[in-house]
Design a protein around this ligand. Structure first.
Ligand SMILES: Cc1cc2nc3c(=O)[nH]c(=O)nc-3n(C[C@H](O)[C@H](O)[C@H](O)COP(=O)(O)OP(=O)(O)OC[C@H]3O[C@@H](n4cnc5c(N)ncnc54)[C@H](O)[C@@H]3O)c2cc1C
Ligand code: FES
Length: 1324
C-alpha cells in the first residue's frame, strides 16, 4: 500500500487494502460502477440501484477530523458517488476473507448458517446486541432463506445472545458457558481497514476533472460561495450540490452536471451546537449521526429528541442513513415534494432552518421553508435548529402541572422503515388536568406523506381542541374535522385509508391522557403495551425475532446423504467470490445491450429512434427482428407448450413486449439509449387490446389446453349437489400476480466463436431450451451453440422462459456485430417484462351438509396467461380436501399482458388458497369454527386415492393425519385458540387470529441426465442437468456421489464428499438437461449421478478385488491410479428416467399461524408460525430446512405484502424496491418453529427422499387465514358498535392482505363508529 497524499486534482482511496489514484473520472460514476468495472472485487452486486436491497453494501472507513478518529460505516455503493470516497478505505465482502487466504469466521458463520453445532466460535463484532444485529440487516432483501438463518448467523456475533437459543444454528457446543462464549469473541478491528494516509488530506479543497465535468469539495463557506458564483456556474453551467447522493435512489437522474459540489467538508454544514434554546444541526450531517446527537442531547424527562431519533431510525436502512443527510432529506421535500418523515417531525416541534442564497443568510421556520417556491440550485441549506421543549413558546404561559406530550407515528408496509409511509404524523400537546377532566392548553398536529406536496399542520383541529376539556363529544368533533383536513391529492392511492390513519393516530394519542383514557380507551392502553412489546426491537433493545425451534430428523442409512451439510459454495457466496454471469470479465471489444420495450398494449411499431444525449457520443446500434439472419427465425423462447417471438415484429402485443435491442459501449450508455428511445406507434385498424379475462371470454381469446394436460374430474357433481343441505352458488375470487424478485436480474453474455459458433453464458433455469432457441434464431445447427450456466442468483421460475429472450438477443447482436455482447436488465425493466405469476378469477359453486361435510364443488377458472402459454398445475394441489365430487372448467386466456410464467408453485399456491377460501366460506355460512370444517373434510386414505390416484402411494406413506395432529400439539393449538379468544375479549383495538392449514402437494418427477468422471488424483467431477439456483442441488448431488461411489468399499472413501466438484452446465457436454423446476430436479439429478456411480463401481469392482487379493487392502487413490493404468473407463454418463407409475407423488405438511391485527392501522404482525413437513428421508435436512423457510416467506410475500400493481394498459407500475415490498426480517413470523419430519422408507423415491422446494409456499396461506379470522373479530365488534355496513361475517380478504386492505375490512371509520356508540349507546 502506498502512503502519502495524492495531489489536489487526483482522487485517491483504497479498496481492500489496494490503493487507487484516479487523475480523471466522470463524477457521476458510482462506487459500484467503479468496483465492478475497474477492480477485481465483484461481491457488490447491482440488485436495485435504489438503496432498497443491500446487495451493493460496502464498509467505508473514513477519518473524522472533528472526532480525530477513523469511523467505519456501511453505505450502498450503488448510490455513493466515487468522488465522495476520496481519502477513504473501502472494504467489500472479499476484504473480510476469501478462498485464497482464509475465510474469516464471519463468512464461515454465514456459510454455515444452516449447519448445526459447529464447534468453532465466530469472529468479530462482539459488542453488538442481538437487536442491533437484526436491525443491521433490516434493509437487506433475501428471497431464498426466509432470513432466519441470516439473522441467526448475525446474532451469533452478539454479546447478549444465548447461542443455544439460535436453534440448530448454534455455533457452540451445548454446555459451553455464556461468559466463555462472549469473552472468546474477538473485537472487530477497524484499524485493519483504515488507509495509512487517511487523516488531514481529505479536508482540503479538491478539484477532480473529467474532460467536461468537475467535482469540488470546498472546505469553507467562502469557497462554496465562490464556486456557486463562478463564471462557469453563472454562465448557465449546471451545478449539483451533493452530500450522500441517496436521493438518486428515488429520482434516478440521468442528467450530467458541469459541476458537482460536495458539501461535507464545510464545517458550518456539519456543526452540532447546543445552547439554551435548542440544538443546531448541520445540514450535511448524516441521519445516523443526527440520531446519535439527538439521543446524546435528549434531556431527562423530555422525550422529544429521543422520539425524533426513534422515528428517524425508521427512515430507510442503516446503510442509507449512514450517508443520507438531514439537509438532503429536507431539500428533497422542499423542492421535489418527497414524502419525508423528517419534515413532519420538524414541523410540529417548531424547528427552523438557515439557508444561504447569494450573500444572503436567512433563518426561517420550517413552515415558511416549505411554503416557498422550490429553492434554486445555488441556495444552500446550512443548519436545522430544533428547539428544546418550551411551554412558554407554545402557550404564552406555563401551568406547572401541565403534561407535555410528544408522539410520532408512521404507518408503512414495513415497521422498520425502508418503506415510505402511507402517512406519518407528529403530535405535540400541552394538557392540563382540569377539575372536569383534561384541558388541552395547546396542541400541534402535523401529518405528512399522505399525498400532498408537503407535510401540513392540521390548524383547524388544533384550534378546535385548544382550550377544550377532552370528552367523547370533543373527540368526535375533532376526528370529523381531521378527516376533512387530511385529504390526499387526486390520484393518490388509498386516499380514504390515509385519512383514516390520521384519525386513528389522533385517537391513540389522546387516549394517553388517563382521565379520558378510561372513557375512551377500550383497551387502547393494552394496544400500547403490546405495541411496545412487539415493536420493542424497533425502538428499544428487544430482538425482532424470538428464539424458535428447528427440529430436523436426519438419517444415516445412506451416509453422507442425510447429513445436514453446509451448502456447497456457500462460503464463496458469502465472501462474494462466487461468479455469476455478470461477474465474468468482459472480453475485449465487448458491447452492452439494453432492451426497448413497448409502452403500448397493442400497437403497430412504425419506427424507432434514439434521442440525443450528451453522454451518448456515438449513435448506438439498434437490433430488431430485421437483423435475424434469413436462415433463422424470430423466436425468443421455447417451452414444452410452445414459443414466443424474440422481437415484436411489426405489432407489439403487450406493454413490455421487446421491440428492439440497443447496443452501446457501456451498460450505462446502453440503458440511457434505451431510455431515450422514441418509438413511433400506430393503432389504426387494430382491435382494442384485451386486458381482462372477461374481455378474453367475450372475444373467445383462449389458448388450447392439450387433452393430455386436462385434469380428471372426480365423482358426480350433480349428485353431490343434490345431496347437499346448503349451497353457495357462483361465488367469485380473484388473485393477482407476483414478481419473482430474484436478487440477480436477467443477464447474459454472448461471445462469437470460430466457424460461425456462439458461446453464451446465461443465468437460466433452462439452458437446454435457451440453446435451442439461440440456434433457431440464428439459423445455425445446434452444435454451433454452446450455453453455459454455472449458477443462478435466484430463479423461482423467472429464469426459465423469461431468461431465453435475453440470451437470444445478446447472441443475435453478437452474431450480427461479430463482437461479444452482454446485458443485464435493470430492476425496473426486469419487473416490466417479467410477467410473473398467473392472475386468475375463480367462480365456484359448493354444496355441503349441515355438519360441514362438502358434497360437491364446481370451479370455473379463468387464467390470465398474457401473451404466453400455460405451464402449471392447479387441480393436483386443489385436491387437498375430500370435496365429495369435483368438476371444473379451465380457460387459459390470451390477453395483451406480458406472458406469465411458472413462478414457484405455479397454479398450486393459488389452488391451495382457493381451497381454503372455500372452506372458510362454508364455515362462515354455517357460523361454525373453520378448523372443524377443515377436520371434517380432510382426506381419508380411501378418498385420497379416489382424488389423487396413483400419486397417493401406499397407505403408510399418507402422513397427513399424523402431521395434522403433530402440528397442533407442537403449537399448543387448542390452548392458544382459548388465549386468542381471551385476548380478543379484552382488546378493542388489537385482534388476534389463529389458523391451521394442511397441504397435499403433488409433484412430478422428470428425467434428468448426469455425468460422473474420476480424475487421476481420485478427485471427481460431476455434471448434472439441474441448475444450482440456490436450492442446494449441488450439495445433495455431492452427497449422493459420495454415498454411491462409496459402495466400492475400499479405504479412503469416507471423505469422498470433499473430493467431488459439481461443475457448471455446458449444453454441449451434457445434453437433455431440461428445466430446473417443479421441486424435483434435485432428486432427479441425484438419481442420475447415482446411476453413473453404479456403473463406475461396477467397472472398478473387479480391479479392486484383484488389488485387494494382491495387497490385502486397497485405498481409493491407488484404485483410481491403477484403473487409469488398466484403461478402465472412469467417466460415466446416464439419463435417469422415472418409472412411469411413480412419476407423481404427494407431499404433506401443515402449519399453524397466529397473527395480530391493529384495527387503527390495518397492520398485521405474525406472532408465531409452526410448521411440520414430511421430507421423506431428507437428503440434507439443513438444505431442506432452508427451502422450507425460504418458500414459506416467499409465500408470505404473495399473501400479505407484494402488491403487483399495473396501470390501465397493463404495465407494472410497482416496478422497484420503493413500491414492491417483499418480506424483510421485520415482517416474518416473530417465532418460526419448523419440524422436518423423517417419514422413513419410501420405496419409489430417490433414496427415500421427498421434495421441499415449492410446497411450503402454499402454507403461507395460514397467515392470511389467521388474518381473516382476526378481521372477523374486528367486524363482529364493529357490528356491536352499531355499524351497518361492512360487518357481514362472510367477506373476502384480498391477496395480498396489505395494510389498506385489512383496515378497509376492519372499518375505515372504526374510531368514529366507536365514538358514536359511546355517545349514543341507546341506538345500538
Ligand atoms: C432507500 C431509501 C429509503 C428512504 N426512505 C425514507 C423514508 O422512509 N422517509 C424519509 O423521510 N426519507 C427517506 N429516504 C430519503 C432520504 O432521507 C434522503 O434520500 C436523504 O436524506 C438525502 O440526503 P443525501 O445527503 O443523500 O442527499 P443528496 O442525494 O446528496 O441530495 C438530495 C438533493 O438535495 C440537494 N442538497 C443536499 N444537501 C443540500 C444542502 N445542504 N443545501 C441545498 N441543497 C442540498 C441536492 O442537490 C439534491 O438535489 C429514503 C432514501 C432512500 C435511498
Ligand atoms: S443495489 Fe444498492 S441497495 Fe440495491
Amino acid at each position: 500500500m502506498e502512503s502519502g497524499g495524492a495531489g489536489d486534482d487526483c482522487l485517491a482511496f483504497e479498496v481492500n487494502g489496494r490503493r487507487f489514484e484516479l487523475p480523471e473520472i466522470d463524477p457521476s460514476t458510482t462506487l459500484l460502477d467503479f468496483l465492478r468495472s475497474r477492480t477485481p472485487f465483484k461481491s457488490v452486486k447491482l440488485g436495485c440501484g435504489e438503496g432498497g436491497c443491500g446487495a451493493c453494501v460496502v464498509a467505508v472507513s473514513k477519518y473524522d477530523s472533528t472526532l480525530k478518529k477513523v469511523e467505519t460505516f456501511t453505505v450502498s455503493s450503488c448510490l455513493t458517488l466515487i468522488c465522495s470516497i476520496n481519502g477513504c478505505s473501502i472494504t467489500t465482502s472479499e476484504g473480510l476473507g476469501n478462498a485464497k487466504t482464509d475465510f474469516t469466521r464471519s463468512i464461515k458463520a454465514l456459510a454455515n448458517a444452516e449447519k448445526s453445532q459447529l464447534a468453532e466460535p465466530p469472529n468479530g463484532f462482539s459488542k453488538i446486541t442481538a437487536s442491533e444485529a437484526e436491525k443491521a440487516i433490516a434493509g437487506n432483501l433475501c428471497r431464498c432463506t426466509g432470513y432466519r438463518p441470516i439473522a441467526d448467523a448475525c446474532k451469533s456475533f452478539a454479546a447478549d445472545v444465548d447461542l443455544e437459543d439460535l436453534g440448530i444454528n448454534s455455533f457452540w457446543r451445548k454446555g459451553d458457558k455464556n461468559e466463555k462464549k462472549v469473552s472468546s469473541l474477538p473485537l472487530y478491528s477497524r484499524k485493519d481497514h483504515a488507509c495509512s494516509y487517511m487523516g488531514g488530506e481529505c479536508r482540503s479543497t479538491r478539484l477532480l476533472n473529467s474532460k467536461k465535468n468537475s467535482w469540488y469539495s470546498p472546505a469553507s463557506v467562502e469557497e462554496l460561495h465562490n464556486l456557486l458564483h463562478s463564471d462557469t456556474v453563472v454562465k448557465d453551467g449546471s451545478v449539483k450540490l451533493v452530500v450522500g447522493n441517496t436521493a438518486n435512489g428515488y429520482y434516478k437522474e440521468t442528467e450530467v452536471y458541469d459541476i458537482y459540489i460536495d458539501l461535507r467538508y464545510i464545517p458550518e454544514l456539519s456543526v452540532v451546537k447546543r445552547d439554551e434554546s435548542g440544538i443546531e444541526l448541520g445540514a450535511a450531517l448524516s441521519i445516523s449521526k443526527v440520531v446519535v446527537y439527538l439521543r446524546e442531547n435528549s434531556e431527562s424527562g423530555e422525550h422529544v429528541f429521543s422520539k425524533i431519533a426513534d422515528h428517524m431510525e425508521k427512515v430507510a436502512a442503516g446503510f442509507v442513513r449512514n450517508s443520507a443527510s438531514l439537509g438532503g432529506n429536507l431539500i428533497m421535500a422542499q423542492k421535489k415534494y418527497f414524502p419525508s418523515d423528517i419534515v413532519t417531525l420538524l414541523l410540529v416541534v417548531g424547528a427552523s432552518v438557515s439557508i444561504m442564497s447569494g450573500h444572503k443568510h436567512e433563518k426561517i421556520t420550517m413552515e415558511e421553508f416549505l411554503s416557498r417556491p422550490p429553492l434554486d440550485s445555488q441556495t444552500v441549506l446550512f443548519t436545522v435548529h430544533i428547539p428544546f421543549l418550551d411551554l412558554k413558546r407554545i402557550n404564552g404561559s406555563v401551568q406547572t402541572s401541565s403534561r407535555f406530550m410528544f408522539e410520532t407515528y408512521r404507518a408503512a408496509p414495513r415497521p422498520l422503515g425502508n418503506a415510505l409511509p402511507y402517512l406519518n404524523a407528529a403530535i405535540l400537546a400541552d394538557i392540563f388536568p382540569d377539575t372536569n377532566g383534561s384541558l388541552v392548553n395547546n396542541i400541534q398536529l402535523a401529518f405528512g406523506a399522505y399525498g400532498t406536496k408537503h407535510a401540513t399542520r392540521a390548524r383547524k383541529v388544533e384550534e378546535y381542541l385548544t382550550g377544550k376539556v377532552l370528552s367523547l363529544e370533543v373527540l368526535d368533533e375533532a376526528t370529523k374535522l381531521l378527516k376533512g383536513a387530511v385529504v390526499s391529492e387526486e390520484g393518490t392511492s388509498h386516499a380514504a385509508y390515509r385519512s383514516s390513519l390520521a384519525v386513528g393516530f389522533l385517537f391513540e394519542f389522546l387516549n394517553s391522557f388517563s382521565s379520558v383514557g378510561s372513557a375512551i380507551s377500550g383497551g387502547l392502553s393494552n394496544k400500547k403495551q403490546n405495541d411496545s412489546l412487539l415493536e420493542g426491537a424497533v425502538t428499544g433493545n428487544q430482538p425482532l425475532l424470538s428464539s424458535a425451534k428447528q427440529v430436523v430428523e436426519s438419517s444415516r442409512e445412506y451416509h453422507p446423504v442425510g447429513e445436514p451439510m453446509p451448502k456447497f459454495g456457500a462460503a464463496i457466496q458469502a465472501s462474494g467470490e462466487a461468479v455469476f454471469v455478470d461477474d465474468i470479465p468482459s472480453p475485449t471489444d465487448c458491447l452492452y445491450g439494453a432492451i426497448i420495450c413497448s409502452t403500448k398494449p397493442l400497437a403497430r411499431v412504425k419506427g424507432i429512434s434514439i434521442k440525443n444525449h450528451p453522454r451518448l457520443a456515438q449513435a448506438p446500434d439498434v437490433i430488431t427482428a430485421k437483423d435475424i439472419p434469413k436462415e433463422g427465425k424470430n423466436v425468443g423462447c421455447l417451452t414444452l407448450f410452445g414459443g414466443e417471438p424474440l422481437f415484436a415484429d411489426d405489432i407489439a402485443k403487450c406493454c413490455g413486449d421487446i421491440i428492439a435491442l440497443v447496443v452501446a459501449d457501456t451498460q450505462k450508455n446502453a440503458n440511457l439509449a434505451a431510455k431515450n428511445a422514441v418509438v413511433d406507434y400506430d393503432t389504426a385498424g387494430l382491435d382494442p387490446p384485451i386486458l381482462t379475462v372477461e374481455e378474453a371470454v367475450e372475444r373467445s381469446s383462449f389458448y388450447h389446453v392439450p387433452p393430455f394436460l386436462y385434469p380428471q374430474t372426480v365423482g358426480d357433481f350433480a349428485k353431490g349437489m343434490a345431496e347437499a343441505d346448503h349451497k353457495i352458488l357462483s361465488d367469485e375470487i380473484r388473485l393477482g400476480s407476483q414478481y419473482y424478485f430474484y436478487m440477480e436480474t436477467q443477464r447474459a453474455l454472448a461471445v462469437p466463436d470460430e466457424d460461425n459458433c456462439m458461446v453464451v453464458y446465461t443465468s437460466s433455469q433452462s439452458p437446454k431450451y435457451a440453446h435451442r432457441v439461440i440456434a433457431q434464431c440464428l439459423g445455425v445447427p445446434e452444435h454451433n451453440v454452446r450455453v453455459h450456466t454455472r449458477r443462478v442468483g435466484g430463479g423461482f421460475g423467472g429464469k426459465s422462459s423469461k431468461a431465453m429472450p435475453i440470451s437470444t438477443a445478446c447472441a443475435l447482436a453478437a452474431y450480427k456485430l461479430q463482437r461479444p455482447v452482454r446485458m443485464y436488465l435493470d430492476r425496473k425493466t426486469d419487473m416490466i417484462i417479467a410477467g410473473g405469476r398467473h392472475p386468475m378469477k375463480i367462480t365456484y359453486s359448493v354444496g355441503f351438509k349441515s355438519d360441514g361435510k362438502i358434497t360437491a364443488l364446481h370451479l370455473d377458472v379463468l387464467v390470465n396467461a398474457g401473451m404466453g402459454t400455460l405451464s402449471f398445475d392447479f387441480i393436483g394441489v386443489f385436491k387437498k380436501y375430500d370435496w365429495g365430487a369435483l368438476s371444473f372448467d379451465f380457460k387459459i386466456c390470451r390477453t395483451n399482458h406480458s406472458s406469465k410464467s411458472a413462478m414457484r408453485a405455479p397454479g398450486e399456491v393459488q389452488a391451495s388458497y382457493i381451497a381454503e377460501a372455500i372452506i372458510e366460506n362454508v364455515a362462515s355460512w354455517l357460523a361454525v369454527d373453520v378448523d372443524s370444517i377443515r377436520n371434517r373434510n380432510l382426506h381419508s386414505y380411501e378418498s385420497l386415492k379416489l382424488f389423487c390416484g396413483g400419486a397417493s402411494g401406499e397407505s403408510d406413506e399418507f402422513t397427513l393425519p399424523s402431521i395434522w395432529d403433530k402440528v397442533a400439539s407442537m403449537s399448543n393449538f387448542d390452548q392458544r385458540i382459548l388465549s386468542v379468544e381471551q385476548f380478543n375479549r379484552s382488546n378493542l383495538w388489537l385482534k388476534r387470529g389463529i389458523s391451521r392449514l394442511p397441504i397435499v402437494h403433488e409433484v412430478l418427477v422428470r428425467s434428468a441426465p448426469g455425468k460422473v468422471s474420476i480424475l487421476w488424483d481420485g478427485s471427481i467431477v460431476v455434471e448434472v442437468g439441474g441448475i444450482e439456483i440456490g436450492q442446494g442441488l449441488w450439495t445433495k448431488v455431492k452427497q449422493v456421489v459420495a454415498y454411491a461411489l462409496g459402495q466400492i468399499q475400499c479405504d479412503g472413501t469416507e471423505d469422498l464428499f470433499d473430493k467431488v466438484r459439481v461443475v457448471q452446465m455446458d449444453t454441449l457436454s451434457l445434453i437433455q438437461g431440461g428445466s430446473t423446476a417443479g421441486s424435483t430436479t434435485s432428486e432427479s439429478s441425484c438419481a442420475a449421478v447415482r446411476l453413473c456411480c453404479s456403473v463406475l463401481v461396477e467397472r472398478l469392482t473387479p480391479l479392486k478385488e484383484t488389488l485387494k487379493a494382491d495387497t490385502g487392502s486397497v485405498d481409493w487413490k491407488t484404485l483410481i491410479l491403477q484403473a487409469n493404468y488398466a484403461a478402465v473407463n472412469l467417466a460415466a454418463n446416464s439419463l435417469f428416467v422415472p418409472d412411469p407409475t411413480a412419476m407423481k407423488y404427494l407431499n404433506y405438511g401443515a402449519a399453524v399461524s397466529e397473527v395480530e391485527v391493529d384495527i387503527l392501522t390495518g397492520g398485521t404482525k405474525i406472532l408465531r408460525t409452526d410448521i411440520v413437513y414430511d421430507c421423506g428421508q431428507s437428503m440434507n435436512p439443513a438444505v431442506d430446512l432452508g427451502q422450507i423457510e425460504g418458500a414459506f416467506v416467499q409465500g408470505l410475500g404473495f399473501f400479505m405484502q407484494e402488491e403487483y400493481s399495473t396501470d390501465s394498459d397493463g404495465t407494472m407500475v410497482a416496478d422497484g424496491t420503493w413500491t414492491y415490498k417483499i418480506p424483510t426480517i421485520d415482517t416474518i413470523p416473530k417465532q418460526f418453529n419448523v419440524q422436518v419430519l423423517n417419514s422413513g422408507h419410501h420405496q419409489q423415491r430417490v433414496l427415500s427422499s421427498k421434495a421441499s422446494g415449492e410446497p411450503l409456499l402454499l402454507l403461507a396461506a395460514s397467515v392470511h387465514c389467521a388474518t381473516r379470522a382476526a378481521i372477523g373479530e374486528a367486524r363482529k365488534q364493529l357490528k356491536s358498535w352499531g355499524a351497518v355496513e361492512g360487518t357481514e361475517s362472510t367477506f373476502q380478504l384480498d391477496v395480498p392482505a396489505t395494510m389498506p386492505a385489512v383496515k378497509q375490512l376492519c372499518g375505515l371509520d372504526s374510531v368514529e363508529t366507536y365514538l358514536q356508540s359511546r355517545l349514543s349507546p341507546s341506538q345500538n
